[in-house]
Each structure stands twice: as C-alpha cells, then as structure tokens.
Design a protein around this ligand. Sequence first.
Ligand code: G1P
Length: 285
Amino acid sequence: MRVKKAVIPAAGFGTRMLPATKSIPKEMLPLVDRPSIHYIVEEAVSSGIEEILIIISRGKEAVCDYFDYTPELEEKLKKSGREEDAAALRAIADMAKVTFIRQKEQHGLGHAVAQAKTFTGDEPFAVLLGDDVMEGNPPVTRQLLDVFEETGAPVVGVAEVPTSEIHRYCSLGVTPVSERVMEVHQLVEKPTPEQVLSNYAILGRYVLTRDIYPILEGLSTGFGGEIQLTDGLNELCRQSKLFALAYQGTRYDTGNLRGYLEAQVKLALQHPDVGAWFAEFLKTL
Ligand code: G1P
C-alpha cells in the first residue's frame, strides 16, 4: 500500500536550545538559509508523501505562517524584478498539503502522535521527528517506506549509537532478517545500563498504521511522566510484526547545540551559493 500521509510532531518547548527558543519555535531556527522544519517537510515530499500534519502548540504559529502564501511579499518582490524569489516562496507553500493541529497539553511523543488519528484515518503514515534532520539518498523516510511496502508491517528507522549515549534514546531487542532489516521484539525508552537490549536506537523516523492508536490511548505514562511512543511500540510488537531498518544516511540532532552546529557547518559547506566561500573561510580560522 502506498503511503501518502506524514505526521511531524513539533509541539515541544525546545528547552535544550534556550534562550534561542524563548520566543522562536525550535523548528524555525535556521539551518543556513531555511528553517530546520523545511528540511523535514522536504524529506517527506521527496519520499512521495503528499499530505502532512504538523502537530504544534501555543506560540508556534510561525510554523504555520512558513507554509502559507505571502501575497504581499511576493508582490513586492515581483515589482522589484525578483520573480524567481517570489516563485521560490510560493513553492514552499505548494510543496505539500500541509495542515496543523494544536496539542493543547504536552504529554509526550506518544500523546502527540495520538492527535493524528483523524488525519490519518485508516491509512498508514510516516512520522518524522522535527529535531532529526537527515541526509540520505534515497531519503531516509523513502527507505523506510520501501520496507513497509514490502512487508505491510510498521517500520522504525534505527542506527547503532555508542553505549555511553544510548540512555538519551531508546534501545531495541532485535533479530536480523536481512542485511539492514531486523524484527523488533522489545523496546525500552531511555534505558538504564541494565535495561540496554542492544545499541540500536530509533532515530526520528517511523512508518506506522492505525493499530498504534488504541495502544497509545490505553498507555499509562512512562519515562519522564510522559506517554512514550516507544512504550506503544513495545506493546505493538507483542501483538504483531514490527521491523527496524538500519537506514543509510547521516542524522543531525538539531535539538541540541552540538548537533545544530554540526548540521549548520555541513549544510553550509554544501550550499551552492556560499559553500566554496565558507570552506575557504573556515581555513582562515
Ligand atoms: C525521542 C524518542 C526516542 C528516540 C529519540 C531520537 O526522544 O522518544 O525513542 O530515540 O527521540 O529520535 P527525545 O529526543 O524526544 O527525548
């Protein structure tokens, strides 16, 4: 079954990036010349997604504005001969059919994903976490969708993380199926050293089906007093198959300062207008 819908949870406070996020949604912090959420939507679209639901919260209206038309600004640009720039702005709003929902209270990622029930209906859907900016060819979400279309079962995107870091993510108990695909038997969110099942952690990409909703709705709070998507998946893999794909690509955790700076430098070096200049500039430091 072809997957046409994606959900992007973007309701968090962004406390790891304060004070920058005091008055700007973290998803709107720029990576070179566009906000980080632009890259996430672009990945979804280039993976074949047509409709996107972005889950926001109070104070994040700038995210909605970014995917809307800006007729006054476009008109002004056109009048001064900048037709191409005006068209580029319009193209952002036309990338996909983007809609929004406000999560009234933040009770964790599982609670956020549960808000997408009406939007996704009976259709399978991709979930892309806003903090995890990916470089991949094919795009990481496309790689997951290929596995979903082959197996018909939910898929999570995983990578091996160092033992010293795994407590920041989740840990998966898996058995290999093929070179990059594994079947998942158990998941633990933010594991203690004793709870670590393997160094495989989910890094920001999922393909889910409607089967997740009743599980999420029945879940009690987990790590941090929040409804954890990982706990929902732990229940799901007891009921039916769940696969993990060790995707090919590079991930930047733009939700913390180091990952944000890494992404900034790597993406600036690749930028068609400033990349070569930036490489020379770095050499002078
Ligand atoms: C979330 C998930 C976690 C995952 C991580 C990275 O954690 O709950 O399972 O490994 O994203 O994608 P958070 O970064 O919100 O603490």
